[in-house]
Design a binder for this molecule. Structure first.
Ligand code: FA5
Length: 346
């Protein structure tokens, strides 16, 4: 073995290492150039055959060759790892300019929940209702007490409440439903009243396919002379047909709310199976949308309306749930994850 032999062994090894274009290929090159069957290891094996005076120098040359090749493998590995990291970062990069630069047609539009709220308002305005709004941060009195739920009333536990640190303990809260706006409307004007009240509500609900901790309801309130439960049922049916279209109907099931008597839950034909029964509606053919009932005389008393002269009904249902059902969305959480591919569809 001559020194030029070692030199050419190093050159061909360096060429092989430089040619490796992936980390896997580099691992294969390392085995070829430095592994048990490599030329370097074979050269070292042949050192014993040399005369003692040649052996020392040749041994040093072989060791240096091995170290250079080893260093070249390490350097190439760092380069390839860096390139791989850069490729991954580029692939995962979120292009925040996408929406702005993708053309004039992507100026954006109202969120589906806002579109739904407006459509529901339009339906009720078409039936002669006015639209009213109330605050999202409410007092205990409006959210509970005036609605026939004095402190300690067991029905308060129907709603998992988020309280605000303001004033006396548990006196201020994020409204759990839009029903407090009924009270504000009745305080601000005498009957007759035909009003819908949309808005955001808050509950300590764990997010799942049909619940969000922040969601939207639309409340309805009618106070007039001679109002009956039949008017309530007819109004719900008219709304159901107007919003969901023909073939989708409503039904009322006895229920309990402290501020209405009698109370009912209203359900609409499951739009997924059109009443035949499926997984979404637990095979019942119906999906619950909200609560309703005749205004309880205690609520009229809280706002000074004479229950002998005036009767009324109220209802409240989920706007997000309406949008979900009408547009075949299987999970409410899509509404708040801000995935432009989902939002763009509507
Ligand atoms: C109420 O909130 C009553 N205030 C409704 C009412 C008004 C009854 C007037 C009588 C008279 P309930 O807790 O069932 O009721 O909620 C009504 C609807 O709001 C539900 O059917 C559902 O559509 C929607 N909703 C309730 N919680 C959530 C939530 N966490 N996420 C999304 N929608 C919800």
């Amino acid at each position: 073995m001559t020194l030029p032999d070692v030199q050419s062994l190093v050159e061909s090894g360096l060429g092989r290492i430089a040619a490796a274009s992936t980390l896997e290929d580099l691992a294969a090159a390392e085995v070829e150039v430095l592994g048990r069957r490599s030329a370097v290891v074979a050269a070292r094996g042949r050192l014993g055959q040399l005369a003692p005076e040649e052996r020392k120098e040749a041994g040093r040359a072989v060791n240096e060759a091995r170290e250079r090749l080893q260093a070249a493998v390490e350097a190439r590995r760092s380069e390839l790892e860096e390139a791989e990291r850069a490729r991954r970062v580029a692939a995962e990069r979120m292009d925040l300019t996408e929406v702005v630069t993708a053309g004039a047609s992507t100026r954006g539009h109202l969120h589906l929940v806002t579109q739904t709220r407006r459509e529901l308002e339009d339906i009720f305005v078409g039936m002669g209702y006015r639209v009213a709004e109330g605050p999202e941060v409410e007092s205990d009195w409006y959210n509970f007490e005036a609605l026939n739920m004095p402190p300690g009333h067991p029905a308060r536990s129907m709603w998992d409440t988020l309280y605000v640190k303001l004033g006396a303990a548990e006196s201020t809260l994020l409204r759990t439903h839009t029903s407090p706006v009924q009270i504000r409307v009745m305080e601000s004007q005498p009957p007759p009243i035909y009003v819908v009240m949309p808005g955001r509500c808050y509950r300590r609900d764990t997010p799942d396919a049909r619940h969000l901790p922040v969601f939207h309801q639309i409340e309805g309130l009618v106070v007039d002379r001679g109002i009956t439960f039949g008017d309530l049922a007819g109004t719900i049916e008219a709304f159901t047909g107007a919003y969901f279209g023909p073939g989708i109907h409503s039904r009322l099931r006895p229920s309990f709310f402290p501020f209405t008597e009698p109370s009912a839950e209203f359900e609409v034909t499951c739009i997924f199976c059109e009443g035949a029964g499926c997984r979404v509606c637990s095979q019942s053919g119906w999906i619950e949308l909200g609560g309703c009932g005749m205004v309880d005389p205690n609520v009229f008393a809280a706002v000074g309306v004479d229950a002998e002269e005036w009767q009324g009904f109220a209802f409240g249902f989920g706007i997000d749930r309406c949008a979900m059902m009408r547009h075949n969305v299987d999970d409410l959480r899509h509404f708040i994850t801000n995935d432009i591919r989902f939002l763009r569809q509507f």
